[in-house]
Ligand binder design. Structure first.
Ligand code: XIL
Length: 361
């Protein structure tokens, strides 16, 4: 990280180097034995060669933002479609990038047929899970070596955003309703049996910050991980999404302790979907806004890296294409562009980029 009080990109006693001339994040992270990457959507890649060039230069890890979700891969029962994913596989191969598969089981991005079919009994639900895993993992075996097997399994506690009533630590998804809490173990065991060297990850949001809700979700996640490992269930990593929100407090010590607890179980921890949601009332200048986002990023990624996270992935590269701008559920109500990613909408490196570079070095 840059020495306190100095402009980033400027080491003590040395002249400042223009930010645009610094090596890309991909290179800076790799030089420190770490990995930096981002999520990407193939339609943006197809529409804009400049974006492809930026992504190839800056990212070593690539997560398809939509193309490996269930609704993309199996839109109708038994009809698998790998066409949307294919350009991303080819792009990653051409640019020596590592792919992360996202996500095998999730309660969102389900095609309409799926929740209904899962309601038709346990045997049927298991069969559907097996077929999806077997087909997808066979097809992507050569290209994707790390999958989010289960995405967002932990329930939001009562009183939080999108709460689940009651005290079930697990989210009551169509998978949970069909198979009970064992759906997680079943999917992990099945993935391991289908591909013994595949890296198996559980991915979750809302477990980073210093809020009472996040504290409950952390405890619930630790409980789930302990339960799985005690039963000898295969699992390699915990993915921490890190959709950070400036309106929520962050405490490096609290977060680092959690990462340490998970690593002590023998699991790797990685940051899978980092972005920063700005506060409702924006600071008056772009400079002040960007400085605040960068400071939060430096604090968060600094804590993650010191606690042993080797890989950091942002949820997109440029504010222009962020889900924080395009997705009504999370977009700003005032219509302003959220500046929560490392590049602005003209692909210029922002202070958040410098914060990432500093923390990953
Ligand atoms: C989001 C995508 O970014 C959007 O484009 C899509 O419409 C909805 O999903 N957690 C996840 C991601 O695990 O898959 C989500 O991605 C963001 C929250």
């Amino acid at each position: 990280m840059a020495a306190a009080g100095l402009p980033l990109g400027c080491a003590r006693g040395q002249p400042a180097q223009p930010v645009a001339s610094l090596p890309p994040l991909r290179q800076q992270a790799r030089a420190a034995g770490r990995g930096f990457g981002a999520a990407i959507r193939s339609e943006i890649l197809a529409a804009d060669p400049a974006y492809g060039a930026l992504f190839a230069a800056e990212a070593e890890l690539l997560t398809p933002e939509w193309e490996a979700k269930w609704e993309a891969l199996q839109p109708e029962e038994g009809r698998f479609d790998f066409a949307p994913l294919a350009p991303l596989l080819a792009f990653a191969q051409a640019n020596q990038q590592r792919l992360r598969g996202h996500a095998l089981l999730w309660h969102e991005a389900m095609p309409p047929w799926l929740p209904a079919a899962l309601g038709e009994g346990q045997a049927r639900a298991r069969g559907i899970m097996e077929t999806h895993l077997a087909t997808v993992l066979a097809q992507t075996r050569a290209t994707i070596r790390d999958w989010d097997v289960v995405n967002e399994p932990i329930a939001n506690p009562p009183g939080s955003d999108n709460p689940q009533p009651g005290d079930n630590p697990l989210r009551e998804t169509p998978w949970f309703r069909a198979l009970g809490r064992d759906y997680i173990e079943l999917s992990l065991r099945s993935a391991r049996a289908l591909d013994p060297t595949l890296r198996l990850t559980i991915n979750e949001y809302g477990i980073e910050e210093a809020t009472p809700d996040a504290e409950i979700k952390r405890a619930r996640m630790l409980g789930l991980l302990r339960h799985l490992l005690e039963r000898g269930c295969p699992l390699d990593a915990l993915g921490i999404q890190a959709h950070l929100q400036m309106r929520r407090p962050f405490r490096a010590d609290v977060f680092a302790r959690f990462v340490g607890q998970v690593r002590d179980m023998g699991l790797a921890v990685l940051i899978t979907e980092l972005d920063v949601r700005e506060p409702d009332a924006l600071a008056p200048s772009i400079e002040a806004r960007d400085a605040a986002v960068a400071a939060r990023t430096a604090e968060f990624v600094g804590a993650a890296v010191s606690a042993g996270c080797r890989n950091v992935i942002t949820w997109g590269l440029s504010d222009r294409d962020s889900w924080l701008v395009k997705e009504p559920a999370v977009a700003r109500r005032d219509g302003a562009t959220t500046r929560g990613l490392p590049f602005d909408d003209a692909f210029q490196r922002k202070p958040m980029w410098q914060a990432l570079a500093g923390a990953m070095r």
